[in-house]
Design a protein around this ligand. Sequence first.
Ligand code: ZN
Length: 452
Amino acid sequence: MVEDTTAVAPRTRIVNGTVVTLDDTDAVVVGGTVVLDGDLISYAGPSEGAPGPGPGDKVIDAAGKAVLPGLVDLHYHTAIAKGWSDHLPLWEYLDTLWYPAIRALDDDAAYWAALASYAESVKCGVTTVNDMYRRLEALARAAEEIGVRAVLSNDIADPEHGLDSLDDTRAAHAVAHGVGDGRIEVGVGIEWLPMASEGLLRDARALADELGAKFHIHLNESMTEVDNSLARFGRRPTEVAYDCGVLGPDCVAAHCVWLSDREIGLMADTGTHISHNPISNAKLANGVARLPEMLAAGINVGLGHDAAESSNTRDMFQVMKVASILHRAVRQDASLGQPADILRMATVNGGRALGHHTGRLAPGWKADVILVDLSGPMFVPLKTGHKEQLYSHLVFAANGSCVDTTIIDGKVVMAGRVLTTVDEELVCAKANEAFSAVLGRMVVPEKSARTA
Ligand SMILES: [Zn+2]
């Protein structure tokens, strides 16, 4: 293991940086200071207004760097099999790779796959993951160890699908909810409607209410899913979710590509949050979500990468760029997806969707902070202090390799692009071994049930 630098200093002072607050005033302060008191931000602004240094303060020199809130990946799956069989059509891929692989997971494979997934995310400036996957106790161990903030939920489906049950979530909640100083939560996750009955949806909502847990569900991802819902329930997916009480301000609905006007209204009326996952939707050929209409309806929209099997990268800078340019292209409207709005979607909107006080640099907000290196050609030219140019670079020019330091809950989990909590080389080697083991255990049907 590498040197443990994660002990929380009494106070951490980040000095000399370009502080991008994303607060109500949208202030960007050149040569500013951010002060972290334990797990909270106590100051963000001009250095002359900062509280004086105290004994034992840890000082991080952010000269040449931007200081930003950490990114929130609002729809996430730990991934075991990136780049494998992804030449197949979606249904065939799901039936012959995705579901067989997640059925073949054991705790060891889930743990190392989660560590490798979280490692890439942390290295790209992600400080929160809303991870729907299996074997949550193993995931919680991985999240606790690497230091990421995580909301974990199961792939709950009707029993015949051989995935997770409400009891799995109840058991994981009892063991893992609130660990890591409250950084790790266990919520209720529904895989998706083609694998869920109305009874299961109602029971899942009841469990979420009982536990006070967050809800995470895929909705209206593909036209095939909408057709399946119409055939089985006589209603569209979001209408079924509404009727079963699933929607609400504690619910994150992922994808929502094929929403009718009525369904957009249901999302808005119930205060449901949406994770927009444009790279996954594009790669899987599921279409382009009606983002401008969602925003016009007042829905809180965050961003997600979905899974490395479907988007192949956990780099939220790439997700931000596509979340802007995709809608410009299909609507032929370059006023869409302005960088400031996109940055908020990837930070404060995602935090709000999860009920977290994250995504802003302001007193009282969580000390989830990243330092972005502005010194290389990626950020040239840059007129010092020019907010719009900096925002443009962050959304359109940058990729995750620009992130130099990642701080979560006041702890430095990456410094100088080196993970401080885990041995990256070991994690990658073990995740490769886990992938091979899962491949060896997979039971693959001869033909996809839906394409047979
Ligand atoms: Zn997903």
